[in-house]
Design a protein around this ligand. Structure first.
Ligand code: GLN
Length: 198
């Protein structure tokens, strides 16, 4: 890493990447959009934003980013995925679109659009012991849930009914909700800490 200011990419193929760039810049990071393999080569860590995982999957292949992303993830680059980004990092997806692929890295199974039509967007406060107080104000937008957590995966947050909505495995972090649209920077700071430690 050059200097003390981490260079953090935000995958900017689709979705709410601008919000993540804003949060990272507010935290003092040198945050840049990533759309090409050369831009990915240049960053020390990455955020994969919310959006639509099926579209992100297709565009990552069209832009020649899929294989480079998989290579960086398996080489240990810290990555934080929110919502569709969590889906992209998951090793298995239930209710995937036909032909939909993920990048993998996180040994979890997620179910897309797990809250159905009635309740597809909602807000709630979540206890997150690993992040401390106050609880995280979590905004869910057509969100997935984690239905299987691998042995090496730590659960960071669950809904009151026990469903898992935030996980961590080594340098990979995933939330089904969107801290980039609240003023809670703890997840982004956690990513920056991982990058600094690397
Ligand atoms: N439902 C979207 C998907 O399947 C995720 C929604 C989001 O990122 N807010 O990718």
């Amino acid at each position: 890493m050059a200097g003390s200011r981490p260079k953090v990419g935000v995958l900017a193929l689709q979705g709410d990447f601008r919000e993540h760039l804003n949060v990272l810049r507010r935290l003092g990071a040198d945050a840049v959009p990533v759309r090409r393999p050369a831009e990915l080569d240049d960053v020390d860590g990455l955020v994969i934003p919310g959006g639509e995982s099926t579209v992100m999957d297709k565009l990552s292949r069209a832009f020649g980013l899929r294989d480079p992303l998989i290579a960086r993830i398996s080489a240990g680059m810290p990555v934080y995925g929110t919502c569709a980004g969590l889906i992209m990092l998951s090793s298995e997806v239930l209710d995937a679109a036909q032909g939909q692929q993920t990048l993998g890295g996180l040994d979890v199974t997620v179910r897309r659009n797990a809250f159905g039509n009635q309740n597809d967007s909602f807000e709630t406060d979540l206890e997150t012991p690993e992040l401390g107080l106050p609880p995280v104000h979590a905004i869910f937008i057509r969100a997935p849930v984690v239905t299987r957590v691998g042995a090496a995966v730590t659960t960071l947050a669950t809904l009151p009914d026990g469903r898992v909505v935030a996980v961590e495995q080594g340098d990979l972090l995933g939330t089904a909700f969107h801290p980039e649209v609240t003023n809670d920077t703890r997840f982004h700071r956690r990513l920056l800490e991982r990058i600094a430690a690397g």
